[in-house]
Design a protein around this ligand. Structure first.
Ligand code: BGC
Length: 746
């Protein structure tokens, strides 16, 4: 008897089938409702959420979940839902579980913008590998990261989650993240699927306001916003998340030109696209779709496979298939991609999570050591008049400021399941480091945010201002401030720990004013006025305006939100056990009114006349900038023309350590295409960097090939091109510095 193809496939052991066979066999057995279920994502945070979703899972109406529950219950909730899928649903297709592991799951690493400051893809890869191991142990095989958005406006709160303002640096770190999360096999027990998000243009949000619309020219889209995503696709990321924003009027979730034209047709991305949270139905509020049915149809046919949280796919697509508005073939194609990712994550073979896995995976000593290394290497020394490293003669140290000893704040935004009790603060780090050699006095001085008036409830439930409580809290605040100044006056050195609240960066946390919050500027002024040597450490999720304090202080350290080992890392760098090695991945503005200020802006017709009446155009600290405990001198750039056909020209410059200590120079290659037929390219573009470790007096040569990758651009049709003509070439310690050589490409 001849068995039909399908029966044969189902009868075969799973291992004997190719992934395509398995997917096709499943597809053929699925009803339209079950297919749409694979395209629908729920969210589970509590046991109640899980119970509420069980019926839909059994009916095959949900194919994936965001699992944001705390790790103590995450594996149990996963297994409960998974049981309903693989034991009770008709086709037994396992659920896939996703979560936002942005800079560590339990072991909290520095925020991504901090990690970017290390200019070190291998460091990023290693931290993401730990993040994947811990996330997977908690029952999650799909990570909604890396954020691949470019951020040029520090008012935008999500700048903290990005790798900064440069597409070249961003692309390298996105690719490193994908390798870290997925390894060679995203189905391995310690790896997970990566998500490139948010496709695309979310970082260009107008006015720096989150969720706002964007206006991006095709040239900027191609050359600034798309490259990090393309690098992530090339690195093999299994999934992409479409963005919240509209781009050229079309919501990204329903943008066929981008989701299908660029992502699938040009880049051949084989994986799945998931929407952002409820963004499918937000197409209605964007004024693009009239109702849920239209929103679902526009998103799906544009190439958005899974709908996150909202229900328009579940509620409307079956009917739209029945009446012919939506072709079943489009749904099949999306389901193929979803099943493909499910196969790659290994959940068909191992659907359940081990309940004791988290304990084995979390906070391993080598992970904590890596968190310390990452925190130390992401600090950026912005100013130093010689007060750092701290002199061994400094016996009395006053550590002052609202962030001196605040564990929670160190975790930063999106800290997943990091806990304050795992954090070593700057106070604790310094105390341990200086135990034998100095006394440390810690004083808060002021709060991060101004304390509002105290209130009390009246018996009728109304709330009034409590005058007495307000008066006494003001008195307590004054006493705190005074105490800090007294401690500072009695010290040999003052370290001030200031910054912004972690809740003021991240999603839905844009700022209109980038100054230090509350009374911090006043506190810093008073500390500077003591005349004692002053070191200011800034903890923030974005570049703040540090113009005044940069003038007042002897040393300035940008520490970002450094994660659970920020304290020991800072103590080691401040005391000179480790050199500062970070470089800025984003420009620091002099005033909020100067933003967006970024180094790789387009060339202009009157470049000498772009200052403000009341301020220069130059940032306070440029992209790529960072000091260390020694000095480097860069020689002139020399270009070696290719000796023969098929060879590439090389740009070289010597770098000499002219100081007394060993140190790491970061030689940065910038280029500028002097005339381009597609219109003005940026004034400078980073196209490579090299880290050189130099002993005092030592000279080494930084060398870069000027190949098509270094000189080229992407035209408006998406073609990578290189034009002949002159190129300016810099090898310099940061953007905007050094003398350019000219290379003439024939
Ligand atoms: C964010 C995404 C995140 C998603 C799921 C959204 O609000 O924009 O970055 O992955 O929520 O938590």
């Amino acid at each position: 008897m001849r068995l039909p193809f399908l029966t044969l496939l189902i009868a075969l052991p799973m291992s004997a089938q190719t992934p395509t066979d398995r997917i096709e066999a499943l597809l053929q057995r699925m009803t339209p409702e079950e297919k749409i279920g694979q395209l629908s994502q729920g969210v589970v945070h509590t046991p109640e959420h899980a119970e509420a979703a069980i019926a839909e899972v059994r009916a095959g109406r949900l194919g994936s979940f965001i699992l944001s529950a705390p790790p103590e219950i995450a594996t149990a909730l996963r297994n409960r839902l998974q049981h309903a899928a693989v034991e009770d649903s008709r086709l037994r297709v396992p659920l896939v579980f996703g979560a936002d592991t942005i800079h560590g799951y339990r072991t909290t690493f520095p925020i991504p913008l901090a990690l970017a400051s290390a200019w070190d893809p291998s460091l990023v890869e290693r931290t993401q590998a730990v993040a994947a191991r811990e996330t997977r142990a908690a029952g999650i095989e799909w990570i909604f990261a890396p954020m691949s958005d470019l951020a040029r406006d520090p008012r935008w709160g999500r700048v903290a989650e990005t790798f900064g303002e440069d597409p070249y640096l961003g692309a390298s770190l996105v690719a490193a993240s994908v390798r870290g999360f997925q390894g060679d096999d995203p189905g391995a027990a310690d790896r997970a699927a990566a998500t490139l998000k948010h496709f695309v243009g979310y970082g260009a949000t107008t006015g720096g306001r989150d969720y706002n619309t964007t206006d991006i020219t095709p040239f900027t889209l191609r050359n600034a916003h798309l490259p990090p995503f393309e690098a992530g696709v090339k690195a093999g990321a299994l999934t992409v998340m479409s963005a919240f924003n509209a781009i050229d009027g079309i919501p990204a979730v329903a943008n066929r030109q981008l989701l299908t034209g660029v992502l699938r047709d040009e880049w051949k991305f084989p994986g799945l696209v998931v929407s952002d949270w409820e963004s499918v139905t937000e197409a209605i509020k964007w004024g693009y779709a009239a109702n849920d049915a239209e929103a679902a149809r526009l998103a799906l046919t544009a190439g958005n496979d899974i709908e996150m949280v909202s229900r328009s796919y579940r509620d409307t697509l079956a009917q739209q298939v029945a009446d012919g508005t939506v072709q079943l073939g489009v749904i099949d194609q999306a389901v193929r991609r979803v099943l493909g990712v499910k196969l790659r994550t290994g959940i068909f073979e191992k659907p359940y999570a081990d309940s004791d896995a988290p304990q084995r995976a979390f906070l391993q000593p080598e992970s904590v050591a890596l968190a310390r290394e990452a925190a130390a290497r992401s600090l950026v020394l912005l100013k130093n008049d010689g007060v750092l490293p701290l002199a061994t003669s400094a016996r009395r140290i006053a550590l002052v400021g609202p962030l001196a000893d605040d564990a929670t704040e160190m975790l930063g935004t999106w800290s997943a399941h990091g806990r304050p009790e795992d954090v070593v603060t700057l106070a604790a780090g310094l105390r341990a480091r200086l135990a034998q050699s100095a006394t440390l006095t810690v004083a808060r001085g002021c709060e991060l945010l101004p304390a509002g008036p105290r209130t009390r409830a009246l018996p009728d439930g109304s709330v009034v201002i409590d005058e007495d409580a307000t008066r006494s809290s003001v008195t307590a605040v004054e006493a705190d401030f005074e105490q800090a100044i007294v401690a500072a006056r009695e010290a040999d050195v003052i370290i001030a720990a200031v910054g912004e609240p972690r809740g003021w960066s991240g999603e839905n946390a844009s700022r209109a004013d980038l100054s230090l919050t509350g009374r911090q500027p006043e506190l810093l002024r008073a500390l500077a006025a003591t005349g004692k040597p002053l070191v200011v450490v800034v903890f923030s999720g974005r570049p703040l305006v540090l113009t005044e304090i940069a003038n007042q202080t002897g040393a300035l350290v940008q520490a970002w939100h450094p994660g659970l080992q920020g304290g020991p890392a800072l103590a080691a760098v401040l005391c000179g056990d480790l050199p500062p090695v970070g470089r800025l991945p984003i420009s620091f503005p002099r005033a909020t009114g100067q933003v967006p200020v970024f180094y790789n802006h387009a060339t202009t017709g009157r470049p000498e006349m772009v200052d403000y009446r009341d301020l220069t155009r130059d940032p306070l600290f440029p992209f790529g900038f960072g000091l260390t405990y020694t000095r480097f001198e860069f020689g002139d750039v020399e270009i070696a023309e290719p000796a023969g056909a098929g060879q590439t020209p090389v740009a070289r410059a010597t770098v000499t350590n002219t100081g007394e200590r060993a140190g790491e120079a970061v030689a940065q290659l910038y280029i500028r295409d002097v005339a381009c037929s597609e219109g003005g390219r940026p004034a400078q573009e980073l196209r490579g960097w090299q880290r050189l470790t130099l002993a005092p007096g030592e000279t080494r040569t930084a060398e870069f090939v000027l190949d098509d990758n270094a000189l080229g651009f992407v035209d408006r049709q998406g073609r990578h091109r290189v034009e002949s003509g002159d190129f300016k070439v810099w090898i310099a310690p940061h953007a905007g510095s050094g003398k350019a050589a000219t290379y003439r490409k024939k």
